[in-house]
Design a protein around this ligand. Sequence first.
Ligand code: GLN
Length: 449
Amino acid sequence: ELDAKTLTADTLKAIEEKETALNAFVTVAEDAVPAEQLDLNNVLAGIPIAIKDNIITEGLRTTASSHILDNFVPVYESTVVQKLKEAQMTIIGKTNLDEFAMGGSTETSYFGTSKNPWDLTKIPGGSSGGSAAAVAGGEVVAALGSDTGGSIRQPASYTGIFGIKPTYGRVSRWGLIAFASSLDQIGVMTKRVKDAAQVLNVIAGPDDKDATTSQTKVPDYTQYLGQDIKGLRVAVPAEYMAEGINADVKAVVQSTIDMLAQNGAIIDTVNLPHTKYVLPTYYIIASSEASSNLQRFDGIRYGFRAPDVKSLEDVFVKTRSEGFGDEVKRRIMLGTFALSAGYYDAYFKKASQVRTMIKQDFDKIFAEHDVIVGPTAPTTAFGIGQQVSDPLTMYANDILTISANLAGIPAASVPAGLSEGMPVGLQVMANRFDEGSIFKVASFVEQQN
Ligand code: GLN
């Protein structure tokens, strides 16, 4: 019989024991209690779940891992957390991220770096690195993340778990602290593919509070688990298996692709010719939107306010100077520049045009294929401190994940094997609103491993 109180207590104990090593959480909900009168028709009733700390939780501190919000306790609920509560899940705490989800390692967090449970000297990836470490380290079975350019998939890949970024518009972002609104999407990170399907069943769907959500019907994602893949049309972009992708990572991914072929999938090599433009396109668009979204953090209504201020301008300047970290400031400056009158056409407008071409690359492939597969990231997890002082090297890790956000398509990372003892993720992408095909492939790969 399900004893949710024991489960909650055991989870809190596991977190307490492991946090010194992992630093996966910014805030633990020490006084968490399971919902009353569990309805066992809710398959998730009484199960603890962790929430990335850029997702608003009513009454539970929400920081986006930034000094500027480190005292912020929201007075309203995000739609996703509202839905998890209605499904009677237990919100067990808030997980660490790169500040405002800007980064790929959690090293830009105001609360310190989370550690990779496979090797504590390595980063767990990011920006949803706390969620990844919490799941991979056995603190929780499920966590929510957010993905603007790979922040669910890349940490899932680095920590050997499953992570899915749904289609843009599939899950409400009401209560997600906005980074880049045309790219942001909330998704799920779990050890088991089936658990992610069940959580996505709960959080997907239209929301009056988020006009970008779609009315498209939400299927039961568990129906795709364990399905046959015979005849499945699989595209492998040559650009995703090219130079610059670690040879060992490619070998693990190739053996998974061979396994799919042996089981009746039809494999085709295809081209995504605009791949060489995705990094500059993404970093211009994401930074531009961030510079606009982050204007609201001014020290007036909520969050941190710098002490010893003498004028209103002082409040803004000092609060933002002291409240934001270096990476966030870098993005705000880059974005403000790209949007400014003299440069808008040359940068933001151009990037938007290239974005359309990137999206068309995908439309062409999905006219003839069910899924696209390849590596999630060019390497396995790297060492703490190894890349943090070199933004361009850090940005280059996103080369394989950001296209899905630019195109608005769903994409996931599923564990495919190991390279020198560290996990390698297989990325699976599908057409808009076809998360089902992703679950089909992911559950097949999971069964074989
Ligand atoms: N690493 C990417 C960035 O720094 C993606 C972040 C994300 O998806 N939130 O922008």
